[in-house]
Design a protein around this ligand. Structure first.
Ligand SMILES: [Zn+2]
Length: 285
């Protein structure tokens, strides 16, 4: 069993209500952060906090720990209603209510929540003035559907099961059993295997969560995340941070998240700073 920190943050809403097109949260059945009953919608939007998964829901706890920064995104954006979408329908319904801006950047069409896109375009302008570029990394760089997250997940799981089977770490029967499960039901099994050192990233050296994500749990679903080609340039990362874009998934190198605020405000929002290989990451404290 992996070692999970005990979330201490108060139970809170993950919905933003500043967007008039968002009428209400879609029905989500599991790993869901429900609204705090004593708070008005306006109060919840003013004070976004990290959701608290059930004590025995270690998958949700792990996902929150890895991807949770998005739940305190500031400004006029809509935060995801749950740690994990449990089916494509809820996800489509929720996405359809977002205020989205679509742009062609470097020949690739990307979609982000409008404020996140505006901030990205401003960052790109600043980059141009400094002879730098900020470009999306591939066609899945920004928006993803629930089905996209399933596909990306399976692209890691299927080769990973074959790899560990060849290595003799997994029986053919066990590998087949896991592969036959629906992607959402594989999550617990894969994270259990990773806790034993059987990793499922592309080169089997680190967690699958750093090179893909659990189906339905991607920040890309919320259209507040973007994978960027020039992520290795410190000057580019600094420009992005000035415009509210931060790295929030440790070791997911191209991945940036729109948090809509400045770096000095992030600790007060419940995020902690980790410096790894000269990069700064912000994750739930
Ligand atoms: Zn990403």
């Amino acid at each position: 069993m992996p070692d999970f920190s005990d979330p201490k943050k108060e139970f809170a809403s993950t919905l933003s209500h500043s967007n008039a097109r968002v009428v209400r949260a879609p029905k989500v059945t599991a790993n869901t952060a429900k609204m705090a009953p004593h708070q008005s919608l306006r109060e919840q939007n003013l004070t976004p906090r990290l959701p608290v998964p059930a004590v025995n829901d270690w998958v949700a706890q792990r996902l929150l720990k890895e991807y949770g920064a998005i739940f305190v995104a500031q400004g006029n954006v809509v935060r995801p209603p749950a740690i994990i979408f449990t089916n494509p329908t809820d996800c489509i319904t929720w996405q359809s209510r977002l205020n989205i801006r679509r742009e062609n950047i470097g020949g690739i069409y990307i979609e982000l929540q409008t404020e996140a896109m505006n901030a990205l375009l401003a960052a790109r302008e600043e980059a141009v003035r400094k002879n730098l570029r900020i470009t999306p990394r591939g066609t899945w760089a920004a928006r993803r559907s629930y089905r996209d997250t399933e596909k990306i997940w399976s692209r890691r799981v299927v080769p990973g099961l074959a790899f560990w089977r060849r290595r003799g770490k997994l029986s053919a029967r066990e590998a087949a059993r896991i592969q036959e499960l629906a992607p959402a039901r594989q999550v617990k099994e894969i994270l259990r295997l990773e806790a034993q050192g059987l990793y499922f990233s592309k080169n089997f050296s680190k967690s699958i969560l750093y090179s893909g994500t659990a189906p339905g749990a991607s920040q890309h679903i919320s259209m507040l995340a973007l994978d960027i080609n020039e992520n290795h340039q410190a000057a580019v990362r600094a420009i992005l941070a000035r415009h509210g874009w931060f790295q929030t998934v440790i070791s997911d190198l191209p991945h940036f998240t729109y948090l809509g605020t400045t770096q000095n405000k992030l600790p007060a929002l419940g995020l902690k700073k980790t410096v790894k290989n000269k990069r700064i990451y912000w994750t739930p404290a």
